[in-house]
Each structure stands twice: as C-alpha cells, then as structure tokens.
Design a protein around this ligand. Structure first.
Ligand code: AMP
Ligand code: GLY
Length: 422
C-alpha cells in the first residue's frame, strides 16, 4: 500500500512511525512532513490547504490511503473531495468536522442530546457581553467560535482584561469567528478520551493527559501542548462507562440523526469532577502531543485498525496496549508561543542513542541542503518514552532532551507533575 500522511508535526511523525511498521505498507509520503519523517518516508512539499494539490499528488503517486493529522484539511473538505474520486481517506467529512470547527454546532447537539457540558451564552455585541459578564462569577471563560489553533480560549479573573479579549474577538482577531462564547468555568481534572469510530460502532483508542501551559506548574500562556502522558490516572471502568453512555454514544447518535456518519478519530476533551464527566470540546483528530504517547503504548497495528474502521469492521478489530506508562516532553523554541528565533541548528540529534522504548519525534524541524537539522517551528522535538512507571519515563525523556545540543531549547521538566510529584 502507498500511503500519504498530511501534516508536519510530531503527531504526524509518530503516525508515520506507527504506520511504517506494517509490512503491507510499501511506501509513505508525508506532506509537508519534517526532518524526522524523512527517515521513514518521502516528504513532498505541496500546498496542503489545496484539496486539488493533494488530489493531484494522490493520482501522481498512486496513493491508496490518505491519513490526515490536523483538523484543517477535514474542515476544508478534503475527505469529501478524495471520496468523490474514490481515494481512501481516514477522517470525517467537512459536514461532520463542524464538531470541532463550530462550538455552536457542538453545544446545540449537547443541548438536544442532553450531553453534560458547561453552560454558556453567545454574544456578537460587546455591550451585551459586558453586561452579562458583570453578573458572572470568576474565573471568566471566553472562547472564539471557530478554529483558532488552540489559542481561542481565555480564562481569567480580571474583568477589564476579559472585556478587551471579547472586543478583540468581535473585531475579527480570529478569521473563523465573529461570535464570542462566555462559558461556565468547570472545576475538576482534565482527561483526553479518544475513540475510533465508523459512525456506528466505536472502540476506545486510549486516554491521555495534556499539559497546555508553557510554564512548569501549569503557568503562563496556552500552547498547542508541552507534554502528555498516557494512560490517564483518573480513568476507571465506572467513569469510562459514563463517558461512553452520556457523551460518546449520544454524540454519534446525534450526528447520525443529522445524516452525518462520522468516520475517524473522535477526541473528547473532558473535565472530570467527583467522577462526573463534562464535555469541554471535541476534536476530530488525534491530539498533539497525545498521539505520540498513544502510539508508543499501542501494541496492535495502527494501519490495520484504520483499515478495519474504513471497512466498518472496527468491532472485529482487536486493539491491545502496553501495560506500561508513556510520557512525551516537548522541546520548543525559546520564546514560543510568542516570538521565537527560527533556523537555529540542532547539533547532535543523529548521535543521540535511543532504544525501542524511546523515540524522538520531530515537529518544527527541517534538514537543510548540508544535512543540518534546523529548528523552524514553535514546538520542535518530542522526547517520548515508554516505561514501567511514569516517573522513570519522565526522567528518561528529560535526560534525552538534556543531551540535545541546541541553544534555543526550552522544555518543561515537570510533565506529569500532578501524578508524579504529588
Ligand atoms: P479548548 O480549546 O476548548 O480545549 O480549551 C483549552 C483549555 O482551556 C482546555 O483544555 C481547558 O484546560 C481549558 N478550558 C476550556 N474551557 C473550560 C471551562 N469551561 N472550564 C475550565 N477550563 C476550561
Ligand atoms: N493537545 C491538544 C490538541 O491537540 O488539541
């Protein structure tokens, strides 16, 4: 099989690594990919915001299956476009991708299907939002409606700051949104819950805990994710049954009622309080960095799982996991998620030794024409380790990053702190 993987993050490197282990896979292309994916695949730099370019690439290279990392391509209708030409693609249609792209869509569904989630109000005028906010308890939670690359949420106690934020969103800070959500603040512990579904049946595809803040101890600005571990330590059978019965199943049923057969990964961002789950948001793809730890723990073959889902045979597919813990620590360019210097050299990656339970997944890296690896993005490397305990895994993951000779390196040394250091 010839496979095309879309995206350029560590999630896509981890997917490439997992897919490459299947002997049926004869060739992998990554578009655009990064310096890490070049070890396992051929990078082809096409414009991935164009369905036509992706389609042409598929025809040119006789691609059998397209696997997409980010949400953007689903929202731009890539699944619809490829299906029309009978090219296999894993992930939801444009219509079903509203589950991530539109908070109004998802919140409406929660209302109709009685899915537990935070209360909210939607505003398009700043004066109305101000009036409402003055009567709300702190902290305030403000969200833009559409896709905002993980940066559309503000949680803060200061009313003036929040109002400024509301104004900016209504003034068009995010192209995707001219509405503001003011949401109830949910107390509790977060859990990322993944399922893989053919639209009717589904299986759990693991749990994880992300770390979104830039600073140790969860302080500072929100990022795409600075590290994650799997499995979550707060999941148990009772909670999992609740998540499935109160959240996942009504969602898939609700989508089907609207004529939307959701095929792909469904990632529920949940808040758990006293054993009760509430939906924070849905994502229509693997999380990044959560995917990296899931791929380390997955014992079954990813490609077979994806194919059985596309063939509506997911229930027949056995999915087994390592009993061990996995952790990934993200090394970012100093300054991220704000301004950072680009193109600094990562000097010694090729010489760092890792074993089968350790992987350095690349994100924002490029190999220049002399073979040097440059740090070109915000999040750059993911040191990912599988081990008997989370604390040993973290120690190893941090040690690997410590040995990387790269002047602009920044990483949190405390990933998993709520469990390890308590
Ligand atoms: P989102 O982009 O909706 O996933 O939000 C990003 C992060 O903000 C989440 O992972 C939570 O940590 C936090 N968050 C979002 N909404 C709420 C809420 N209503 N209450 C508490 N925390 C929230
Ligand atoms: N790690 C959060 C996300 O992928 O949305």
């Amino acid at each position: 099989m010839k496979i095309l993987i879309i995206g350029n993050g560590a999630r896509e490197h981890a997917l490439t690594w997992a897919i490459s282990q299947n002997p049926r896979c004869t060739k992998i292309y990554c578009s655009p990919g990064n310096a890490g994916t070049t070890e396992l695949a051929t990078n082809v730099d096409i414009d991935v915001t164009s369905n036509n370019e992706i389609l042409e690439m598929c025809l040119l290279h006789s691609i059998d299956l397209v696997i997409v990392g980010p949400e953007k391509q689903f929202e731009q209708g890539l699944t619809n476009a490829l299906k029309e030409k009978n090219i296999l693609v894993f992930g939801p249609t444009m219509e079903a991708s509203q589950l991530e792209a539109s908070k109004s869509f998802t919140k409406n569904m929660c209302k109709h299907k009685k899915i537990p989630t935070g209360n909210y109000e939607i505003f398009s005028r700043v004066d109305d939002a101000k009036k409402f906010l003055r009567e709300q308890p702190t902290p305030y939670v403000i969200k833009a409606d559409g896709l905002a690359a993980g940066k559309g949420v503000t949680i803060c106690n200061n009313l003036d700051e929040v109002i400024k934020d509301v104004q900016e969103i209504l003034d068009g800070k995010f192209k995707s949104s001219n509405k503001v959500f003011i949401e109830e603040f949910l107390e509790g512990e977060e859990l990322s819950y993944f399922v893989i579904t053919d639209g009717y049946d589904y299986k759990c595809l693991g749990t994880a805990q992300d770390h979104k803040k830039i600073g140790e101890g969860d302080v500072g600005l929100n990022t795409g994710g600075m590290g994650a571990y799997s499995p979550s330590k707060i999941i148990n059978n009772k909670l999992e049954n609740k998540i499935q019965e109160e959240i996942i199943e009504p969602t898939l049923n609700g989508l089907r009622k609207e004529g939307l057969i959701y095929k792909g990964i469904l990632y529920a961002g949940l808040m758990i309080n006293n054993g009760e789950p509430k939906l924070i948001e849905y994502n229509i793809r693997f999380g990044d960095p959560e995917c990296q730890v899931l791929m380390m723990r997955l014992n079954s073959d990813l490609l077979e799982i994806l194919i059985s889902t596309l063939e509506n045979k997911i229930l027949e597919q056995k999915i087994t996991w390592s009993e061990n813990d996995s952790i990934t620590v993200v090394a970012a360019n100093k300054g991220y998620p704000e301004q950072y210097k680009k193109n600094s050299i990562i000097k010694n990656l090729d010489t760092i030794k890792v074993d089968d339970n350790q992987q350095i997944f690349h994100a924002g890296t490029t190999r220049d024409k002399d073979g040097k690896i440059l740090a070109t993005g915000g999040r750059v490397l993911n040191s990912t380790v599988l081990s008997k305990s989370l604390s040993v895994a973290r120690k190893k993951a941090n040690e690997i990053l410590e040995n990387v000779k790269w002047e602009n390196k920044y990483y949190r040394k405390d990933i998993g702190f709520r469990v390890i250091d308590k």
